[in-house]
Design a protein around this ligand. Structure first.
Ligand code: TEU
Ligand code: CA
Length: 558
C-alpha cells in the first residue's frame, strides 16, 4: 500500500462560527482560529478541515455560497485567511477547505441571472422545469423537508433544490458550470490549500428525466436517492475534475457521500480510477435513523455497528482508503449518541476515541470531541438556529404532532447539538466570546471545558493526545490489516490490527455493565500486554479479563 501524508495524518474539523470569537461579536472567526493553532498542534493535529467560510447569506450557515472567491464578513478577510494558512504551514500543519458545488446560494450572481429569463445565458447553470399539471415536476423531497422544487413566478417554472430553497442545485450537465468550478478550485489551490472536503459530491449528477421516486405510503415526497446519488455520470465528473485540477497538486480529497455502498466506495477511492482519495460514508451514523428522515429515531446496536465497521475495513483494504468519523457538524455528539454522557462520560469519550484512532483510514476529530462535549437540550425551538431542525419542527407541528415529542427528536438528532460554541473554560460564555454567542452555550460548560481537560491528570484531551501519538509511532495502526472476533457479542467489540509480526488487540466494552470477558481461545490472549487503558492497564490471565463499564484497552502482542 502506498504511503501518503493524508493517510498518516489526523484531521480536526473546525466549524468556524462556533470555534473561537476574536473580536467579541459573538461569532467565531478566522483570527479566532489563528489564536488556537497552538492548542491544535499540541494535541497532535496534522490537518484542519475548515467548514465553509465563503460569502453567504447563511440560510444554511455557509453551505449556501453567494461568492466562492470571497470570505464571509463575520469571519474576517482574505488577509486573515492567508495568515491562517501561513501560520498553519509554518507549524507543518495542513488545511483543507469545504467545496460546496452541488448548489449555490440563490443570492449567487449566477442564480440572480438564471432566474431572470428562460433565454438568459445563465439559465442552464441551474435546473429548471415546467410545472406538471400545475404542480412540482416530480415527487422528490428536499433533505430539509418538503418538495425539492421551488416555483419561481417570473418565468413560471420550478428550480430544483435538494437542500433549502435558498440552495438551488447547479446543473452539472452544463460544461460551463463544471469549468467555472474547476477554475475556482484552481484559484484556491494556487493560494496554497492542501485539499478539499467535498460537500454532497455524490449528488452532482441527476437523472435528467426526473422520474418520480418510490414513495413511502402516506408520504407526499420521497428522497429518491438512486435518481440523484452515485450515478455513473457522477463518477465521470469526478474523473474530469481529477484530470483537470486535482491531479496537478499534492493534496487530499474527501468526498461526502451519503447512501453509498461499499462497491461505490471502492469506485470513488480506488487509486486507479483517479476520482477521490477517500469518502465519508454514512452507514454507521445513519444506522439509528428511520427511513423517513434523520429525526426518526431507530435502534442502535453494537452488532450492526461492528458489521458495518468490518465491511468497510475489509472492503477498502488495498482497494481504496477509509475516512473515520463518529460525528461532524450535522450529527449529534458521539458520546451522547453511542455511549453514556453522564456517569461514564469520560470513560465513554475515551472509548470512542480509541475506536477512532485504531482503525485503518484517516481519523477526523470534530471540535469538542477531544474533551467529550455532549448533546444539548434547549427547551424552546426559538433557541435553535439550524434550518433543518426548524423546518422539521414546523412541518411536524403542522402535521399535528405534540411539541414535546418533536423537541425530543431535535434533542436527540438536531444538528445544533454539534454546533453549540466550543467550551474553552468556565468563565462567561465558556470563554468562547465575551459577547452573547450566536447560539446558546451548552450549560454543562462549567464542568466540561478545555481548561479543565488541560489541567486534569486523566482527561479525555490527554488521552486523545496520547492515542494520536501512539498511532503516529505505529505504522500497524495506520496501514495494518483488520480482523475482528466474537462478532455476535452485543456488548464487547474486539479486533486486531496487524502488519508483519506486529499485532495490536483492541478491546472496547460498549456497555455500562461489568463483564466477565473470555477471549476467543484462538487469540492466545495471555500473550498480549496492555499498553493503553481508560482505567488502569489490565493483565489478561487464562484468556480472561473482568471489564469495567465502557472499558477500552489496547494490547500489544509480546
Ligand atoms: O450535508 C449533507 C446532508 O445533508 C447529509 O444529510 C447527508 O446527505 C446524509 O447525512 C447522508 O446520510 C452537507 C453538509 O454537511 C450540511 O451541513 C449541509 O447542510 C448540506 O450538505 C447542504 O450543503
Ligand atoms: Ca467574531
Amino acid at each position: 500500500m502506498e504511503s501518503k501524508w493524508w493517510k498518516e495524518g489526523v484531521v480536526y474539523q473546525i466549524y468556524p462560527r462556533s470555534f473561537y470569537d476574536s473580536n467579541s461579536d459573538g461569532i467565531g472567526d478566522l483570527r479566532g482560529i489563528i489564536r488556537k493553532i497552538d492548542y491544535l498542534k499540541e494535541l497532535g493535529i496534522d490537518i484542519i478541515w475548515l467548514c465553509p467560510i465563503y460569502k453567504s447569506p447563511n440560510d444554511d450557515n455557509g453551505y449556501d455560497i453567494s461568492d466562492y472567491y470571497g470570505i464571509m464578513d463575520e469571519f474576517g478577510t482574505l488577509d486573515d485567511w492567508q495568515e491562517l494558512v501561513e501560520k498553519l504551514h509554518a507549524k507543518e500543519m495542513r488545511i483543507i477547505m469545504d467545496l460546496v458545488v452541488n448548489h449555490t446560494s440563490d443570492e449567487h450572481a449566477w442564480f440572480a441571472e438564471s432566474r431572470l429569463s428562460k433565454s438568459n445565458p445563465y439559465r442552464d447553470y441551474y435546473i429548471w422545469r415546467k410545472p406538471v399539471n400545475g404542480k412540482e415536476p416530480n415527487n422528490w423531497k428536499s433533505f430539509f423537508q418538503g418538495s425539492a422544487w421551488q416555483y419561481d413566478k417570473k418565468t413560471d417554472e420550478y428550480y430544483l433544490h435538494l437542500f433549502s430553497k435558498k440552495q438551488p442545485d447547479l446543473n452539472w450537465e452544463n460544461s460551463n458550470v463544471r469549468n467555472e468550478v474547476y477554475k475556482m478550485m484552481t484559484w484556491w489551490l494556487d493560494k496554497g490549500i492542501d485539499g478539499f472536503r467535498m460537500d454532497v459530491v455524490n449528488m452532482l449528477s441527476k437523472d435528467m428525466s426526473f422520474p418520480d421516486a418510490e414513495i413511502i405510503p402516506g408520504e407526499k415526497y420521497s428522497f429518491g436517492g438512486m435518481h440523484h446519488s452515485n450515478r455513473e455520470r457522477n463518477h465521470e465528473y469526478l474523473r474530469e475534475m481529477n484530470e483537470q485540477v486535482l491531479s496537478k497538486y499534492d493534496i487530499m480529497t474527501v468526498g461526502e457521500c451519503g447512501f453509498t455502498s461499499i462497491k461505490q466506495g471502492i469506485m470513488y477511492t480506488s487509486p486507479e480510477r483517479k476520482e477521490l482519495d477517500m469518502i465519508f460514508q454514512f452507514e454507521l451514523v445513519d444506522m439509528d435513523s428511520g427511513g423517513k428522515n434523520r429525526f426518526e429515531l431507530a435502534g442502535w446496536d453494537l452488532v450492526e455497528f461492528k458489521k458495518i465497521t468490518e465491511k468497510w475495513q475489509k472492503g477498502l483494504h488495498g482497494n481504496g482508503w477509509n475516512s473515520l468519523f463518529l460525528t461532524n457538524h450535522d450529527q449529534p455528539r458521539a458520546v451522547s449518541r453511542y455511549c453514556n454522557d453522564s456517569e461514564f462520560r469520560v470513560e465513554s469519550a475515551k472509548l470512542l476515541m480509541t475506536y477512532l484512532m485504531t482503525l485503518q483510514g484517516t481519523p477526523f476529530i470534530y471540535q469538542g470531541e477531544e474533551i467529550g462535549m455532549t448533546n444539548v437540550s434547549f427547551d424552546a425551538i426559538e433557541d435553535y438556529n439550524d434550518i433543518d431542525s426548524i423546518n422539521y419542527y414546523k412541518m411536524q407541528i403542522e402535521e399535528g404532532h405534540m411539541p414535546g415529542e418533536v423537541m425530543h427528536h431535535i434533542h436527540m438528532r438536531g444538528r445544533d447539538n454539534a454546533r453549540t460554541p466550543m467550551q474553552w473554560d468556565n468563565s462567561l460564555n465558556a470563554g468562547f466570546s465575551i459577547a452573547e454567542p450566536w447560539l446558546k452555550i451548552n450549560p454543562n460548560y462549567t464542568e466540561i471545558n478545555v481548561q479543565n481537560d488541560l489541567e486534569a491528570e486523566n482527561s479525555i484531551y490527554k488521552y486523545t493526545k496520547s492515542l494520536i501519538s501512539l498511532r503516529k509511532e505505529n505504522e500497524t495502526l495506520i496501514y495494518g490489516k483488520y480482523i475482528s472476533y466474537d462478532l455476535a457479542n452485543p456488548y464487547v467489540f474486539i479486533y486486531e490490527r496487524f502488519l508483519g509480526r506486529e499485532r495490536f488487540l483492541i478491546l472496547l466494552n460498549f456497555s455500562e455493565k461489568n463483564i466477565d470477558f473470555y477471549f476467543p481461545s484462538e487469540l492466545d490472549a495471555d500473550s498480549f500486554v496492555s499498553i493503553t487503558s481508560n482505567y488502569r492497564k489490565s493483565i489478561i490471565e487464562n484468556n480472561f479479563l473482568h471489564l469495567e463499564p465502557y472499558q477500552a484497552e489496547i494490547f500489544l502482542k509480546n
